[in-house]
Design a protein around this ligand. Structure first.
Ligand SMILES: NC(=O)c1ccc[n+]([C@@H]2O[C@H](COP(=O)([O-])OP(=O)(O)OC[C@H]3O[C@@H](n4cnc5c(N)ncnc54)[C@H](OP(=O)(O)O)[C@@H]3O)[C@@H](O)[C@H]2O)c1
Length: 326
């Protein structure tokens, strides 16, 4: 089978198509024909090996796992003999530990992997475009932000994968949302529910006269100290694009003060929790409470081009890779 392999860190050109052995499911696993994957900002981080601290996870001198790709949708084509909750023919969505999805076939454990059935009327490409962003924004807003109806929420980087999901989920939870993006993304950010938009090319979010219960910096180009004055009492500063400089604020505010700086590595949450969230996200999608934001769809053979595009840092929503026919 075909897989997109990388043996060293670097630009998108380190990605090469190779023939690898098709996996065989163990008794507690299912074999999935992969239909769609994505190129996420995190995939690009893992490909580059930058920032350097990401290599603590992916391998210090070279990638420990050579097939990149963190999420997929597809169809189950074989089940191990002990598998109870999935059948051949199920449409599924799942995530990997950050590697393994850029391939034609993948095995996942019935338990111990992030895997969920998809509602039958949801397209593979729509579903995959609601994976990374929502699986990140949901635990950030719910567990760290403790979001509730009436909260005022600011989202920096509101047009990307995590940001567009955060805008939609904040509205779903009944919050009032201000999105920060560039001029070309204003229409998109308003169309997914933002009540106000700050164009960062014209004004700095730190000059806002508004005060917020949650500031969710998805991009990671602000600091807690810059944003502290914009937070209400007990306000939370959340950072997804984790920078080294955020760690002192996280430690310091855990000890004193009512305003908190908080981070999380959502990909490291227990698979059972992530699978439950995928089911919830599928239900929101099916009920038209959220929508998939797809910027571009590339073929598997256009992976290098897709990585270049995402490296640019200005994708709108999600970049989908079609691996088999939708
Ligand atoms: N902590 C976690 O568990 C976790 C999980 C997933 C992802 N992440 C991280 O979260 C970050 C964002 O991921 P993503 O998938 O949402 O990225 P993305 O889809 O590439 O989005 C980046 C967005 O940032 C906006 N942007 C660029 N420069 C900006 C600026 N100066 N001010 C405000 N917005 C700006 C861009 O909007 P414009 O085009 O409008 O400029 C773009 O839409 C990445 O660093 C990723 O690694 C963390």
């Amino acid at each position: 089978m075909k897989a997109m392999v990388y043996k060293k860190y670097g630009p998108p050109e380190v990605l090469k198509v190779e023939e690898v052995t098709k996996p065989v499911p163990k008794s507690n696993e299912v074999l999935i024909k992969v239909i769609a994957a994505t190129v996420t900002a995190t995939d690009c981080t893992f490909r580059k090996g930058k920032p350097f601290f990401s290599r603590l996870y992916t391998g210090i001198t070279k990638p420990k796992h050579q097939i990149l790709g963190s999420e997929f949708t597809g169809e189950i084509i074989r089940v191990g003999k002990n598998v109870k909750s999935f059948q051949v023919g199920n449409k599924v969505i799942g995530t990997t530990p950050g590697y393994g999805a850029y391939t034609e076939f993948i095995c996942q454990q019935e338990e111990g992997s992030t895997l969920a059935k998809l509602p039958s009327d949801i397209n593979y490409e729509e579903a995959i475009a609601c994976c990374d962003g929502f699986l990140t924004a949901l635990p950030f807003l719910r567990a760290k932000g403790e979001i509730k109806k009436g909260d005022k929420v600011l989202i920096n980087g509101a047009s990307g994968s995590v940001g567009s999901a955060a805008v939609q989920l904040s509205k779903y939870f009944g919050a009032e949302v201000t999105g920060v993006c560039s001029s070309s993304s204003i229409e998109l950010v308003k169309s997914i529910g933002a009540d106000k938009v700050i164009d960062y090319t014209k004004e700095s979010l730190t000059n806002s006269d508004d005060r917020f219960d949650i500031i969710f910096d998805v991009v990671g180009n602000t600091t807690f100290s810059m944003c502290k004055k914009l937070l209400n009492k007990n306000g939370k500063y959340l950072q997804a694009g984790i920078t080294l400089s955020v760690f002192p604020s996280v430690i310091w505010t855990s000890l004193i003060g009512s305003k908190k700086a908080l981070i999380m590595a959502t990909g490291l949450r227990p698979p059972v929790e992530r699978s439950k969230d995928l089911i919830f996200i599928g239900e929101l999608l099916q009920a038209d409470k959220i929508k998939a934001i797809i910027d571009k769809i590339y073929s598997f053979d256009q992976m290098v081009e897709a990585h270049h595009y995402v490296d640019g840092g200005h994708k709108k929503g999600n970049v989908v890779i079609q691996i088999s026919d939708f």
